[in-house]
Design a protein around this ligand. Structure first.
Ligand SMILES: [Zn+2]
Length: 286
């Protein structure tokens, strides 16, 4: 895909060292991070183990303010990510205005290794994630190498889809959907909550598709781009990842949706271009 310009909401923390260790928020944020942070199906037990450590050791430490470099990013990949973010801002500013709402643009932090967030220490191993408590998307760009090599999903539009999915979580946050999820969590079994979490993730995929629709209208997409996003959505479905890592599928433990569901909801959003097409919480079948 082509991009035009860069977002003013990017913060570049690369090369700032691994200062994240002692700078952690509280327990609740960490749980949210575990739930929504695993864009790419990292074994939740790994993350939960990590969360446990972070919580016990550093629960009382307030997140320290850390500011990376603002302004245009000079390397190619960083500039691309910033350009994608800018385009999501155009889309969501317009669509929120149509709803009579004001879109508060998220910030995007590029980091390497580890960085403090209001949801606990962000680790590269988690994959890209969105922290609702500080309304930031976090990404270590090394992840894109993994996407290409481990998940066999190369291409710039696969990369753009990752950003658009995380921004989709921000849109959910702005629409109050995440807060509702948080209330439900307290009253539900793990299996029930996982089922709801799948719907949240598929909605973020659908919202990424909505953005893609408008990017296409702006003539930013190139031949093969949609296929790249589909390949990424397919490669990171829970069923595909579980088959690779466990050799079997356990649907109750799905938190992101199957490959088929993820591709289908992305396409649903892309065909329609409307938020209203993304009601993944309706109906028994998703
Ligand atoms: Zn997600």
């Amino acid at each position: 895909m082509r991009t035009e310009g860069q977002s003013s909401n990017v913060e570049d923390r690369r090369g700032m060292g691994r200062g994240g260790r002692s700078l952690v928020g509280g327990g609740l944020g960490m749980i949210i991070l575990v739930v929504i942070g695993m864009f790419f199906g990292i074994d939740p037990r790994v993350l939960l183990g990590l969360a446990g450590t972070v919580e016990t050791v550093q629960q009382q430490v307030a997140p320290q303010k850390i500011e990376g470099k603002q302004g245009p990013v000079s390397d190619q990949l960083g500039a691309f990510v910033s350009g994608v973010l800018l385009d999501t801002e155009k889309t969501w500013n317009t669509l929120f205005a149509q709803l009579g709402k004001n879109y508060q643009e998220p910030r995007l932090v590029i980091f390497d290794g580890a960085t403090p967030t209001a949801c606990g220490t962000g680790q590269a191993a988690m994959g890209p994630f969105y922290c609702p408590l500080d309304q930031r998307v976090y990404i270590d760009l090394a992840f894109y190498r993994q996407l290409q090599e481990r998940f066999k999903a190369p291409g710039d539009f696969a990369q753009a889809y990752v950003i658009a999915h995380e921004v989709g979580h921000h849109v959910q946050n702005q629409l109050g959907i995440m807060q509702k999820m948080d209330e439900y969590r307290r009253r539900m079994s793990e299996t029930q909550y996982n089922a709801l979490s799948v719907r949240l993730e598929l909605q973020a995929d659908c919202l990424a598709g909505v953005w893609a629709h408008h990017a296409q209208n702006r003539q930013l997409l190139e031949a093969g781009d949609v296929e790249e996003a589909m390949r990424a959505a397919s490669a990171i479905g829970d069923d595909t990842i579980q088959r690779r890592t466990q050799g079997r599928i356990v649907p109750d433990s799905f938190t992101h949706g199957t490959s088929e569901q993820r591709m289908r909801w992305f396409m649903t959003g892309m065909k329609s271009g409307q938020i209203s097409a993304c009601n993944t919480f309706e109906g028994n079948q998703i």
